[in-house]
Design a protein around this ligand. Sequence first.
Ligand code: PT1
Length: 294
Amino acid sequence: MAQNLIQPEPPQKLNCGGSLLDLSAPQVMGVLNITPDSFSDGGSYFRDNTLRLDKALARAEQMFVEGAAIIDVGGESTRPGAETVSEQEELDRVIPVIEAIAKNIPAIISVDTSSPQVMLDSAKVGAGLINDVRALTREGALLAAVKTGLPVCLMHMLKQPDTMQQAPIYQNVVTEIYSYLEARLLDCIGAGIAQEKLLVDPGIGFGKTLQHNLQLMSHLQVFSGLKAPLLIGVSRKSMIGQILDKPTEQRLYGSLAAATLAVAQGAKIIRCHDIAATLDAVRVASAITKAGSD
Ligand code: PT1
């Protein structure tokens, strides 16, 4: 399938704006949402139109101490039903936070954005990775990402957060998302982003039913054909809630099971809220998986 993706294997080390991210073993990415409305930590670091910079920095520090290799800073909630945010609003939320983390914590910072200006400004103040749930499809985003020189995670989403859960339909969710990501990889490579700077993510919960999410989570191995490190975000999502019939604050154990299975199928970065617990699960899953391939 991937005849134009010539890189034989995904990179073991990712250059994130000068800091090297070691992907020879899977890593944990910690979620830091600077939004009033994110599904899990919304309102903790941005409330009543006010940025709570000290709180955000303290949470980033805590996640780093617990072992998160990457802190993912986002200013737009992309949970199902979330509303869009203006570019200026997103800038006001994330730039001060990225700047403060870069000055105080030796973690790699990723910026969870689809906005070209947010990509450019974030790179200037110390972001080392772009995480775009719209896979650089917004006007100007591809060019902006090229300009930053940073690695990019390309995620699949069907439609937009406000409409994505309205009866999503696929003929074959796994092959369709594979083809989408392959096409985005080729587009990005064509625009001048080196293949070794690209990561992929099937986008669990983004325009998918429970059955779609389960199909994806059980076929993650397929995505190794894309020869790009695989990132998976499943922590506390409604997929876990639907299986267990439990609210967000009771989804940790279920999230750990999903993270474990993702690592067993080759995932290299797990995006999550509960760092210490997830890191233990990831390390055990990785050790067992590695022994199986020795
Ligand atoms: C993700 C991800 C992300 N998820 C990447 N970035 C979110 N690369 C934000 C639910 O079903 O998986 N990968 N950035 C959060 N989005 C969601 C989506 C939150 C669905 C909750 C749900 O509950």
